[in-house]
Design a protein around this ligand. Structure first.
Ligand SMILES: Cc1cc2nc3c(=O)[nH]c(=O)nc-3n(C[C@H](O)[C@H](O)[C@H](O)COP(=O)(O)O)c2cc1C
Length: 410
């Protein structure tokens, strides 16, 4: 596909070289459009060599090709990385006195911007207002991340890592290929891990980061669904992927019981429910009103009585409306793929869901990682799809199975 990579004048321009390179490696035609200031940081020969395309900054070069509009018109995706405060302001105002400005106005392709600047510049009301204008026009943002900036500073403003930007760009391109196949669908997805309080300061939790469920929310929103994300104890940096999307509503919950209340409520009007959150099977029988002190409980052993939590997924499957698709997740520790899938089949039979996504978890896999493999089982236990890759990619694979199920469930 045709990708325009706009590069503006920030230190992070050197990282954009990696973005161009990865996209070329993926087989895309990459047209780099730097601003004049960007060329102060990384020169034209680098961009031309990496992209294998001619690079110009001015509207007065290659006039015969009407390049100032042609690049934008022919693009399937436009990325601006890094996006400086200045370039964001110019985009918001529609200024077109360079090739990047005209390209951005001429294009009807989706636009992804990766801001990069010092924290004060990013948080300035002018920059925030410009970002809000661009968001309201459907421009997608990735980052900025919180981290080390140029010099000794650190804080929000660091450009997202090239790999993340490439992953999002590829997801956006894929979405263009699938053409909003979830438009009009109301999809509820839970993500993260529940916490069962012991006392006001302690809880029983699990290692689920929420990445896979958030990736499902982001991917579904990208394919046009109206999404409700039930977020159980998820870090803000992971939620950032969906915060800005206007078709994602985020409801935060803490414990399994809280999740049950909102899941039952939201499922009432949902077409699809995906339960990706890791839900505690048990909770502490008696939550203490004050902090449990060693001096008070004493001894070498401490017994906590646990009682069973309601089975949210089985309840949703039991009460589902005709045509509604209920999708569960099974995170299992198993020695090999066959036993993993077998454990998944047993869970499927217990829960009565329409689809079950089984993934392996362990000390070093599944939880905080960016990559995943999902084995997708249909209601009868048959393995209908295996999807591997980034959590964004596996989310897309799962949605493909959901779309197929929706078309037969009606
Ligand atoms: C060393 C250096 C680093 C800079 N880094 C950034 C940056 O990360 N983000 C930013 O918004 N501006 C940064 N600037 C300021 C921009 O280069 C300046 O606003 C410029 O006009 C941007 O032009 P452009 O948006 O057309 O590329 C930097 C300037 C210098 C000299």
């Amino acid at each position: 596909m045709n990708i325009v990579l706009g590069v503006s004048g920030g230190i992070a321009a050197y990282k954009a070289v990696m973005i161009a390179r990865r996209l070329v490696e993926e087989g895309h035609d990459v047209h780099v459009v730097p601003t004049d200031d960007a060329l102060q940081f990384v020169g034209k020969p680098t961009w031309e060599a990496i992209s294998r395309q001619p690079v110009t900054t001015s509207v007065h070069e290659n006039v015969a090709e009407v390049r100032h509009v042609a690049l934008g018109q022919e693009a399937d995706l436009v990325i601006v990385a890094p996006a400086t405060a200045n370039t964001l302001a110019r985009m918001a105002a529609g200024i077109a006195d360079n090739l990047l400005g005209t390209t951005l106005l001429a294009t009807q392709a989706p636009i992804l911007v990766a801001p990069a600047m010092h924290t004060q510049m990013w948080q300035h009301p002018a920059t925030q207002a410009n970002a809000a204008v661009l968001l309201s026009r459907g421009v997608e943002f990735i980052g900025p991340d919180d981290g080390r900036l140029t010099g000794t500073d650190s804080g929000p403003g660091r450009m997202s890592e090239p790999d993340q930007i490439v992953a999002r760009a590829l997801e956006m391109l894929r979405r263009r290929g699938v053409e909003d196949d979830l438009r009009g669908v109301r999809l509820v997805v839970s993500a993260g891990g529940t916490r069962e309080p012991i006392d006001p300061v302690r809880f029983i939790g699990n290692r689920s980061s929420g990445r896979q469920g958030v990736a499902v929310a982001a991917a579904a929103a990208g394919r046009g669904a109206d999404v409700v994300l039930l977020a159980a104890n998820i870090e803000e940096s992971i939620l950032a992927d969906v915060r800005a999307r206007e078709n994602v509503q985020i409801v935060t919950v803490t414990s399994a019981n809280e999740l049950k209340v909102v899941a039952d409520r939201e499922a009432g009007t949902a077409d699809v429910v995906v339960m990706a959150a890791a839900v505690s099977d048990y909770r502490v029988a008696e939550v203490r009103a004050t902090k449990m002190r060693k001096e008070d409980v004493g001894g070498e052993h401490l017994m906590l009585e646990l009682i069973e939590n309601p089975d949210i997924l089985a309840g949703l499957a039991r009460d589902r409306r005709p045509g509604q698709v209920i999708v569960g997740f099974a995170a299992e520790t198993a020695d090999d793929q066959q036993s993993l899938i077998e454990l998944g089949r047993q869970k499927l039979a217990r829960k009565g869901v329409d689809l079950l996504a089984v993934n392996a978890v362990g000390w070093s896999e599944g939880f905080e990682t960016a990559e995943n493999t999902l084995y997708i089982l249909a209601a009868g236990g048959e393995l209908i799809s295996t999807v591997a890759g980034t959590k964004a990619e596996t989310a897309e694979g799962l949605l493909d199975s959901i779309v197929a199920k929706l078309s037969t469930a009606g």
